[in-house]
Design a protein around this ligand. Structure first.
Ligand SMILES: [Zn+2]
Length: 188
C-alpha cells in the first residue's frame, strides 16, 4: 500500500512536470511567431515608397534636375537573373543580393539615374546639369534622405549610388520570414 502511494505520487510529479514543459514550450514558440508572418510577397512598390518616389520626382523637377527612376519593385526571378550576371552569366557583377535578399524584392527600394541635356540616361554622379555648382546626383540623394529614404551611397561596405530604400526598421531576415511594414492609417 505504501509502495502504491509512492508510485502514484511519482507519476503525478512526472505528469505535472511534462505539463509545465509543454506550456513553457508553447509560450516560447509564440514569442517567435510575429504578426504578418507568411505574408505574401508584394507585387508592387509599398504605397509609402510609391508616394515618396512621386514627391522625389516633383522636387527634382523643381530644382531643374531631370531625374529618372530606373528600377522599383523587382521580382525574385529578375533578382536571380541579375545575380547571375557576371557570375554564371556574362557582364559585370551588378548585385550581391540573391532572390529575397534585396529590399527591391519587397517593394521597398527604387534606383535612380539622371537624364542629360541630350536626353540620354546617365549614371554620372558628378554631372551638374542645373549648373548650381553641386552634383545633381548628390542633390537628389539629399532630397531623398529628407523624405525618409536611406541612400545606397551611404552604405559602408558596398556603395550603391543609384539605390534608395525604406526599410521600416525591418531587416532582410525579417522580410524573408514574412514580416511586412505596417501601414498606419492617418486620421484625416
Ligand atoms: Zn537598388
Amino acid at each position: 500500500m505504501k509502495d502504491f502511494k509512492k508510485i502514484t505520487l511519482t507519476w503525478i510529479i512526472i505528469i505535472l512536470f511534462l505539463i509545465i514543459i509543454i506550456v513553457l514550450y508553447n509560450r516560447m514558440d509564440n514569442q517567435y511567431t510575429e504578426p504578418g508572418e507568411d505574408a505574401p510577397i508584394p507585387s508592387e512598390l509599398h504605397p509609402i515608397v510609391e508616394e515618396n518616389k512621386v514627391i522625389l520626382l516633383d522636387r527634382a523637377t523643381d530644382i531643374n534636375i531631370d531625374l529618372v527612376i530606373t528600377e522599383g519593385m523587382r521580382s525574385f526571378s529578375r533578382q536571380n537573373k541579375l545575380y547571375n550576371q557576371g557570375r554564371s552569366g556574362t557582364g559585370n557583377i551588378v548585385t550581391y543580393a540573391k532572390a529575397g535578399e534585396s529590399y527591391h524584392n519587397y517593394g521597398l527600394a527604387i534606383d535612380y539615374a539622371l537624364r542629360n541635356s541630350d536626353g540620354k540616361i546617365i549614371w554620372d554622379i558628378h554631372y551638374d546639369g542645373n549648373n548650381n555648382g553641386k552634383a545633381d546626383w548628390f542633390e537628389v540623394a539629399q532630397v531623398a534622405k529628407e523624405l525618409g529614404f536611406e541612400w545606397g551611397g551611404d552604405f559602408k561596405d558596398f556603395k550603391d549610388y543609384p539605390h534608395l530604400q525604406m526599410t521600416f526598421d525591418l531587416s532582410i531576415n525579417q522580410l524573408q520570414r514574412g514580416l511586412r511594414p505596417v501601414i498606419e492609417e492617418a486620421d484625416q
